[in-house]
Design a protein. Structure first.
Ligand SMILES: [Zn+2]
Ligand SMILES: [Zn+2]
Length: 314
């Protein structure tokens, strides 16, 4: 209660001080350029931004007085958020922090608010807002709406430039949502679906044709690492997961096509070295590589001449 009073006092002081400062500045400005006043009688934009800041402080204060946002008060909280938006629709924290407050009690309304912010040209470089819209759909809606979340995750990836660390996080959600949709459509398990999604996107990127997302947005090394992880989880499943024959078949195909240069054991996907005939992890016979065409031995990588025959390496 005491902190509330202090909050309100600070706000009143801020409002009064801001008003005085504004008036003072205006007088000073008038001295400098008397025509200025006729040019802009109402500094509405600035004033609304100021109101939005005050309203935001009041909003945070008001939220502090609630134990939780639930069915009883969500309409009221939403109303205050909308009032904030009417003062300054370009304030990112309304969406990034404010919308989070109602996302559990009213995910549909949250997505509506976030969607409007996604279309706002001033916020067009903000990748967190579209990500959050997708996140609310898969995390807070019952049942999760993966299908409609996909375009938001895609937007977040595009806006983040596909390079920073946030992107890897957005990309995980994007692939996962696509996999969930595919799993439902094809009636296959999540892991199998995820591998199919990654493989399709890799294929599209590798062919340099337009995939669902432009291939340039994806780091293929990142995709390969993701694929290898899923391949390994299918080929060496933990006890709680029994892969179907089709899943294993796909994992084999991916190993052959995507990891042909990585020299992975086709049975267990462990990496092996030049000249190895058997996998050191599972004992399976593997395809030998790295033998000298002249003497049949294994040489250090990068040698110019065969040390046994003196012939120039191709
Ligand atoms: Zn092996
Ligand atoms: Zn040799």
């Amino acid at each position: 209660m005491k902190s509330n009073v202090i909050h309100i006092l600070i706000i009143i002081v801020a409002v009064v001080a801001g008003g005085l400062l504004g008036k003072n500045l205006q007088t000073k400005q008038m001295e400098l350029s008397p025509t200025r006043e006729t040019l802009s009688k109402l500094p509405l934009g600035g004033f609304h931004k100021f109101l939005a800041d005050v309203e935001w402080m009041l909003f945070v204060n008001y939220l502090g007085s609630l134990n939780t946002v639930n069915d009883d008060n969500v309409k009221q909280v939403t109303g205050r958020l909308k009032k904030l938006m009417s003062y300054d629709p370009n304030l990112p924290k309304i969406y990034q922090e404010g919308a989070a407050m109602i996302s559990i009690a009213d995910p549909q309304e949250t997505v509506k608010i976030l969607d409007a912010a996604c279309q706002n040209p001033t916020l067009k470089n903000n990748s967190q807002i579209p990500f959050y819209a997708g996140f609310v759909m898969v995390q807070h809606m019952t049942p999760p709406n993966y299908k409609d979340a996909i375009p938001y995750f895609k937007m977040a990836i595009e806006r983040s430039g596909g390079k920073d660390q946030g992107n890897a996080y957005y990309t995980s959600y994007y692939y996962r949502a696509k996999a969930k949709e595919l799993a439902k459509d094809k009636n296959i398990d999540d892991r199998h679906a995820l591998l199919q999604v990654l493989y399709d996107e890799w294929d599209a990127a590798a062919l340099n044709s337009r995939g669902d997302v432009p291939s340039s947005e994806f780091n293929s090394q990142d995709m390969k690492e993701r694929m290898l992880q899923v391949v390994r989880s299918i080929k060496n499943p933990s006890e709680d997961y029994k892969p179907t024959e089709a899943a294993v078949k796909l994992a084999d195909e991916v190993t052959k096509k995507v990891f042909s240069d990585a020299h992975l054991c086709h049975n267990c996907t462990a990496a092996y070295g030049p000249g190895d005939k058997y996998c050191s992890v599972c004992g399976t016979e593997i395809q030998v590589y790295g033998l000298c065409p002249f003497c049949g031995g294994v040489h250090e990588s990068g040698v110019k001449y065969c040390p046994k025959t003196g012939k120039k390496m191709p």
